[in-house]
Write a protein that binds this ligand. Structure first.
Ligand SMILES: CC(C)(COP(=O)(O)OP(=O)(O)OC[C@H]1O[C@@H](n2cnc3c(N)ncnc32)[C@H](O)[C@@H]1OP(=O)(O)O)[C@@H](O)C(=O)NCCC(=O)NCCS
Length: 223
């Protein structure tokens, strides 16, 4: 097993994109755009590679050797993104993932321990992260809860749209436009002389379910 920097191994870009998109679907273009920002100066995307040596010690590759574009380097099984945090000495990690078929074997924990050693070795003194449902995983690794943030998912747009939503319908038999205000539960009729143009397509956002999420902020001091 080893950990490599994505920007040293661009050949991994597509696999990394698929791995992340299986868990957090996003357009490939947006995902590649975000991953391609990986650099030695942060944000830095680190990839866990199974190179088949059955060695359970996960090492961080310090520099790439050979031509990264030519050399097949093993199977990508994990990823994490490391950025600078907003506080002095603080690193921020996100998008930690282990591929589905390899979860529950201790790899996520080993990966995190190696990442922490690396982060500490380059001068950071703490790590902060947000999680929605993996707080138990992180608390087992020594992370403490800092605070929780209540956030609305995509459906918050739904609520906002619903507040102001009015709907117009033209009745061809009576030549009347019926305007319904869903918020107030009222409707009014307007008589008009000519038919209206067709309405615009309905907004798919309004069909999304309401999601209320609680984000948990956790932190660990690197001693
Ligand atoms: C979270 C994740 C990286 C853990 O990787 P893993 O290799 O399965 O974890 P490990 O096998 O090292 O698990 C270590 C311990 O954490 C627990 N754990 C693992 N995933 C957990 C989760 N999502 N929530 C709570 N506890 C979890 C395990 O049960 C295990 O407990 P044990 O030591 O008592 O048996 C992996 O499940 C994953 O990729 N999940 C999807 C993406 C995700 O949620 N990432 C976190 C974003 S903040």
């Amino acid at each position: 097993m080893r950990i490599v920097k994505l920007h040293n191994w661009p050949i991994l870009m597509d696999d990394c994109c698929s791995l992340l998109n299986q868990e957090w679907p996003r357009s490939k273009t947006a995902r590649i755009h975000s991953l391609s920002k990986s650099s030695d100066y942060f944000p830095m995307c680190l990839c866990l590679i199974d190179d088949g040596d059955n060695n359970s010690i996960i090492k961080l590759e310090t520099n790439s050797n050979g031509d990264p574009l030519d050399k097949p380097i093993g199977q990508l099984i994990g990823h994490v993104k490391v950025s600078r945090g907003s506080l002095e000495g603080e690193a921020y990690i996100e998008s930690l993932i282990i591929c589905k078929s390899r979860r529950g074997q201790g790899l996520g924990s080993q990966f995190m321990v190696s990442i922490e050693q690396f982060i500490k070795s380059i001068g950071f003194t703490s790590i902060t992260l947000h999680t929605i449902d993996a707080s138990n995983f992180y608390s087992k690794l020594g992370y403490s809860l800092i605070t929780t943030i209540e956030a609305l998912g995509p459906a918050s747009v739904n609520i906002i749209a619903g507040e102001t939503k009015t709907q117009s319908k033209f009745n061809q038999n009576t030549n009347q436009l019926i305007v319904t205000n869903h918020q107030q539960g009222t409707s009014s009729k307007l008589s008009i002389d000519c038919p209206l143009p067709p309405p615009p397509p309905s907004n798919p956002i309004t069909n999304r379910p309401v999601i209320k999420q609680e984000k948990i902020v956790m932190n660990k001091r690197l001693t």
